[in-house]
Each structure stands twice: as structure tokens, then as C-alpha cells.
Design a protein around this ligand. Structure first.
Ligand code: SF4
Ligand code: SF4
Length: 79
């Protein structure tokens, strides 16, 4: 299992849902964002424990709005 996890760039994401459909482990859910004027359903990684970091979601995104990032680095940045 990779220690990388997908992170969505919500400034670019167009809420098409392709990434959620592509995940073989059903780790991504589409959740309505009420702050968005269009009230679209945006992808959120809801199963961080199940996610293997395979990168299929990132490769499926037609506009490269998902990046895989090492979790350890993220934790370091946030701490
Ligand atoms: S990295 Fe793989 S397992 Fe994790 S959300 Fe993306 S497709 Fe699913
Ligand atoms: S595939 Fe890309 S553009 Fe579509 S919902 Fe996922 S992150 Fe957003």
C-alpha cells in the first residue's frame, strides 16, 4: 500500500464525478457543497483507511484536478 493519498484541487474540479466512479474501492463520495453557488457535488475522500493510494482516481480525472501526496509530508506541513 502506498502512503500517498489523493487531494482534490477544488479551484479546478468541475464536479463531474468521474474520479468517484473510477475508484475500485469506493473511497470517494460526492458531497454537496452548499457554499458553492451551483451546489454541485464535489468529491471527498471518505475512506482514508481503505484507500491504497493506487492513483486510479487521479489518472481518471480529465483535467488533472487530483494530485497524490505523501501523507507523512502533509502531516509535517500541518504540524
Ligand atoms: S488512490 Fe485508489 S483507492 Fe484511493 S481513492 Fe484513488 S482510486 Fe480509490
Ligand atoms: S474527476 Fe476531476 S474534475 Fe471530475 S469530480 Fe473528480 S476531481 Fe473533479
Amino acid at each position: 500500500m502506498s502512503n500517498k493519498r489523493p487531494f482534490v484541487n477544488y479551484d479546478e474540479c468541475m464536479a463531474c464525478g468521474v474520479c468517484a466512479q473510477a475508484c475500485p474501492l469506493d473511497c470517494i463520495s460526492l458531497i454537496k457543497n452548499d457554499i458553492d453557488a451551483y451546489k454541485k457535488n464535489y468529491p471527498v475522500l471518505t475512506s482514508t483507511q481503505t484507500c491504497t493510494g493506487c492513483g486510479i482516481c487521479a489518472r481518471s480525472c480529465p483535467i488533472d484536478a487530483i494530485q497524490l501526496k505523501e501523507v507523512n509530508k502533509i502531516e509535517t506541513i500541518l504540524s
